[in-house]
Design a protein around this ligand. Structure first.
Ligand SMILES: *Cc1c(COP(=O)(O)O)cnc(C)c1O
Length: 386
């Protein structure tokens, strides 16, 4: 195939905002000689926890491992049910299985893609031990509405996408029992790979630090800090190696300083999309009355008249615009074939009839117009966009 000389560059779905500051911060850690979990991780934990209004941060390798440890902490094991949305990245459900528990799927609300309290209430049984709510695509979930139907069941917040989002005038994560965060490049704040648990409970923080570091009674960093005082560690329970590195944390500290600006910019771009899209009959995701999204994912629900999502994406891709299918539904994947669940009509509708549009910091107005024009052509005449 020969590329046309006038072909415009492909518009990516997401592009992390990284600069010389990140490169310099990582280089400095390399020069320091301490590259594994150490002082930079501790600093990143303190600053990230403070930024979301939580008492403690426990860095991990990913949000997946952050959720895994949060559920282990709550004692989830074989025979235990944990309510989760199917409408989420598959890791949300998988982490229940990582603990030996059984994920029980509940449906979501059409506007936000977040858990529907009535659906949660309907799947709670005497074996339910916890509920995982997701702030899907950065859209804040009204955790208080879920809590209202959960009695005293613990709620874990999958805040993978939600750094910088707000609910009820406070950052998502503020007041959370346990919140799990992701720093994968598809999210707003990135460390390459990485995650964090935030909580206000100091004893939980101690146990979580131990669980992510082989069950050691004292961390390698603390032993080092003790200087010439010899400390012999013990291994008090079977645990894991889910440690973040100082290389990643150094990058995270720079990204954390950029976060407010990145969120403002995403909200500006989302507002422009919202003003460009209505003529097409698509429904863009929008802030709920009680909160503000960071618009980590900007998804739109297609009108009934539009072709199937894969066809729309294919037409857009041929025109150099990378969209993505909407949020996935775990129960439709082979990994969950045969897994029992209640009917999930809203999940199935949204996952098959929505798609994610490109949105990244340095996106220009003409990029956005090109996305909208391409989408318009793809949903009216699937062969017309080129
Ligand atoms: C990305 C994502 C995860 C997984 O995060 P990792 O850091 O890649 O493990 C979990 N839950 C949701 C909702 C996500 O979007």
């Amino acid at each position: 195939m020969t590329a046309s000389p006038t072909r415009l560059p492909t518009i990516p779905v997401m592009r992390p905002l990284l600069g010389e500051e990140e490169a310099e911060a990582v280089a400095e850690v390399v020069r320091s000689g301490w590259v594994a979990q150490g002082p930079k991780v501790a600093e990143f934990e303190r600053e990230f926890a403070a930024s979301v209004g939580a008492g403690h941060g426990i860095a991990t390798t990913s949000c997946t491992t952050a959720l895994h440890l949060s559920l282990l902490l709550l004692g989830i094991g074989p025979g235990d049910e944990v309510v989760v949305p199917s409408f989420s990245f598959i890791a949300t459900a998988n982490t229940v299985r990582h603990c030996g528990g059984t994920p029980v799927f509940a449906d979501v609300e059409r506007d936000s893609g977040n858990l529907d309290p009535a659906s949660v209430a309907a799947v709670i049984t005497p074996r339910t031990r916890a509920v995982v709510v997701v702030h899907q695509g950065g859209m804040p979930c009204d955790v208080s509405a879920i809590a209202a139907v959960c009695g005293d069941l613990p709620i874990v917040e999958d805040a993978a996408c939600a750094a910088g989002s707000q609910a009820h005038g406070r950052p998502v994560g503020s007041g959370a029992l346990l919140a799990a965060w992701s720093f994968h490049p598809r999210k707003v704040l990135t460390t390459g790979e990485g995650g964090m648990i935030t909580t206000d409970d100091p004893e939980w923080a101690v146990r979580l630090r131990r669980l992510r570091e082989h069950g050691m009674s004292v961390s390698a960093a603390d032993r080092h800090a003790a200087g010439d005082k010899v400390i012999i560690e013990s291994y008090v329970e079977q645990a894991y190696n889910f440690r973040l590195t100082d290389l990643q944390a150094a990058m995270g500290l720079v990204q954390l300083r950029r976060l407010p600006g990145m969120v403002d910019r995403r909200r500006e771009l989302a507002a422009r999309y919202a003003s460009l899209l209505p003529d097409l009959g698509v429904r863009p995701v929008a802030d709920p009355p009680f909160g503000r999204s960071n618009f980590q994912s900007y998804w739109v629900e297609l009108p009934d008249s539009a072709p199937p999502v894969p066809d729309v994406l294919q037409t857009m891709a041929r025109a150099g615009v990378s969209g993505r299918r909407g949020i996935m539904a775990a129960h439709l994947e082979p990994a969950y074939a045969g897994h029992p669940h209640v009917p999930l009509p809203v999940t199935e509708h949204l996952t098959t009839r929505s798609l994610i549009l490109p949105l990244y910091h340095d996106m220009t107005e003409s990029d956005q117009r090109r996305v909208v024009d391409t989408l318009a052509a793809a949903i009216t005449d699937p062969s017309g966009a080129s």
